[in-house]
Ligand binder design. Structure first.
Ligand code: SF4
Length: 233
């Protein structure tokens, strides 16, 4: 057995932590999306914890409507790109794909999802509308997936949103807890920046809420408080 050596250069790091689900190119995405049977009862959707309309977004990719595909994904999951890369799809949507019953490789749903969402993120496509201001402010504690999803949702209804994050970066678990061979910090932060630019919510970094006094202050200044501090907090 060869001796383990800790990676000491960017090159060695890249070789050891190459993406387990690399992004597809256009040809791969077209080929893979064309294989989907567009099942009427789509067991892949039932197996998706966020209920994304998988056959629809795959059909949208195969017919050249990538923006539509990304919108379909984000309509159900504000972290569509991160989840496409990080989710254990082999036991979720891909594990339920009907192709498994025929001993045929299931549709590569996670990578198709990452493909469609990466295109709109890198292309800075505006897909969402902020709701008409309703004059109400909400505080969110935690800039992880739960807090940011809540912020996006509230902005579509016209709430003003301030997010209070204890750390110096957003995205919570996606940045601080997921192995880089699943998703790079850049990819996670790009999706975060994409959402923040369109929804225009404010994030206060290095701002932990740690005392009753802090909470009372939020209660005084906001209509509601959402606590999204993660299971590890
Ligand atoms: S189960 Fe498989 S083939 Fe059927 S819609 Fe879902 S991804 Fe496509």
């Amino acid at each position: 057995m060869s001796e383990y050596k800790k990676p000491s250069s960017e090159k060695a790091f890249g070789e050891n932590f190459a993406q387990i689900k690399p992004l597809m190119n256009d040809t791969q995405a077209f080929y893979e999306s064309s294989r989907c049977l567009f099942c009427f009862d789509a067991p892949c959707v039932d197996a998706c914890p966020t209920g994304i309309d998988i056959p629809l977004f795959i059909r949208q990719i195969s017919t050249g409507s990538n923006d539509g595909a990304a919108k379909t994904i984000y309509d159900s999951n504000w972290f569509g790109h991160s989840c496409g890369q990080v989710c254990p799809t082999e036991v979720l949507c891909e594990g339920a794909c009907v192709y498994n019953n025929q001993d045929v490789t299931p549709i590569d749903i996670g990578r198709l999802q990452a493909y469609a969402t990466d295109k709109v993120i890198q292309g800075k496509k505006n897909l969402f509308l902020v709701g008409k201001p309703n004059g109400k402010k909400v505080a969110i504690i935690g800039a992880g997936p739960a807090g940011i999803s809540c912020a996006c949702e509230l902005r579509t209804y016209g709430y003003e949103v301030d997010v209070y994050e204890a750390k110096s970066k957003p995205s919570g678990l996606t940045v601080y807890g997921v192995a880089p061979y699943k998703i790079t910090n850049k990819a996670a932060l790009d999706e975060m920046a994409y959402l923040q630019k369109q929804f225009d919510f404010h994030i206060h970094y290095n701002s932990p809420i740690t005392s009753e006094k802090d909470l009372k202050k939020l209660e005084k200044n906001y209509k509601a408080i959402f606590i999204g501090i993660g299971l590890g907090a």
